[in-house]
Design a protein around this ligand. Sequence first.
Ligand SMILES: Cc1cc2nc3c(=O)[nH]c(=O)nc-3n(C[C@H](O)[C@H](O)[C@H](O)COP(=O)(O)OP(=O)(O)OC[C@H]3O[C@@H](n4cnc5c(N)ncnc54)[C@H](O)[C@@H]3O)c2cc1C
Length: 478
Amino acid sequence: MAGAGLVTSVAQQPQEYDTRLLELLSRELPADRLVVDWDVLAAIAHDEAAWAPVGRPAVALRATNEAEVQTAVRIAASIGSPVVTRGAGTGLSGGANAVDNCLILDLSRMRAIVEIDPANLVCVVEPGVVNNDLKATLAEQGLWYPPDPASAPWSTIGGNVATNAGGLCCLKYGVTRDYVLGLRAVVGGDAGYGTAVRLGRRTTKGVAGYDIAGLMVGSEGTLGVITEVTLRLRPALTGVPHTIVGAFDSLVSAGRAVALITQRGLTPSALELLDRTCLQAVEEWKHLGIEADAAALLLARVDTPGDAGEGEADSLATAFEAAGALWATRSTDAVEAEALFEARRLAYPALERLGPVLTEDICVPRSKVPDMLAMIEAIAAAHDVTIATIAHAGDGNLHPLMLAPVGDDDARVRAQLAFEEMLDGAIGFGGTVTAEHGVGLLKMAGLERELDPSSLIMQRAIKRALDPLNLFNPGKVF
Ligand SMILES: Cc1cc2nc3c(=O)[nH]c(=O)nc-3n(C[C@H](O)[C@H](O)[C@H](O)COP(=O)(O)OP(=O)(O)OC[C@H]3O[C@@H](n4cnc5c(N)ncnc54)[C@H](O)[C@@H]3O)c2cc1C
């Protein structure tokens, strides 16, 4: 996924750029870890966010251990060079985009699974481990790490922690934050730039001191570099889950079903929404055999075993019908069920094939999902923008995807206006501008509109205290 994105606007390599950083790094680090080739640098200078600005990196370090990260941060601090950390570069907010003359710290080679402790349901991993690789290794021991962003085949645990990634099963099992017990990080500030520190714990409970590990979760590379993570695990699920599908003649009626499911206290392990545009794009690409004969589909999954699970599945189908579904069915065919969830996971790359995709990531209280979906349709019409919508609907987390033909500047500007209007809409409904993708570059203005001004002051004070040189991912988030 990394490097396959839409951002091709990396500025030309400047005629003159700061060579001191490279000189100093070369003295202390093996040459094969340093990247100066401009084409390679350009490929790793951005994430997957459309139209987010990309600066000109001076050099990249493909670190293989924490000591190399420490050396690099110490050297960068000594001459004030910015440090932009990246995992797989699947981010959708520009968080991993280079800033001018920065050091790109690429951690994708730090992919050791350091320890699996089945007795305590804990594992310790390096940040470059890919989410699905960790899941596969744990499954061999009957263990499970639940957070499952749709990017799990590519995205790294370090990136997931730094963005507090969500995913499909987070409705029932929680987000990345709920699984991070502790971590190691290379930090700066009073601790000294380049210092490696252990934060958090590996016990089930613990309140010794401020929760600085928790602060690092979702900090988007702005407070330091995460070099190791201790994760809470669960026993692997057994049994075949139930899949319940509802087809709706409008997005809003699908939204009503989401609100009703919440109101009735039902907690499926996933409740995802896909509109017709997404279904068609996936079908044209992958030919999974899914007919896009409705305006929107809701896909629910129930993993409760036994009669209780049967009952929950029935209740979900009943709720779909009560909300006005064209039809609702329980799939007993595991292959068909997997195809539907595969379509959900593939929706974003399927649309990306058609042109630039500006991804929204708003979250509203679940009772407001129908209102927000209606507003998205109104904004699309008002700005003449094609919007395809996928959603972790059960969480109230909506991803309207704004499509624009390649090179059509008018369409880009209209999409960007629609994007900002949706942020205001979400805030107005008591929601947030970003549920899981992070602020990065794309949500900086929205963040200021959302947060209480005094909260913003406290957030900036934390950044100043922990990174007074503004070395770590400067110009992002705030
Ligand atoms: C097809 C697709 C589907 C997606 N689905 C989801 C989804 O369902 N849920 C979801 O939450 N997100 C989703 N995303 C967004 C993205 O995959 C997540 O944000 C993911 O957590 C990013 O991981 P990464 O390794 O690619 O990080 P990167 O994109 O490389 O970096 C993300 C941010 O984390 C920082 N960072 C990375 N590693 C470290 C580290 N070790 N220490 C400090 N900072 C670090 C970077 O500086 C940057 O700010 C999706 C993206 C795509 C392309």
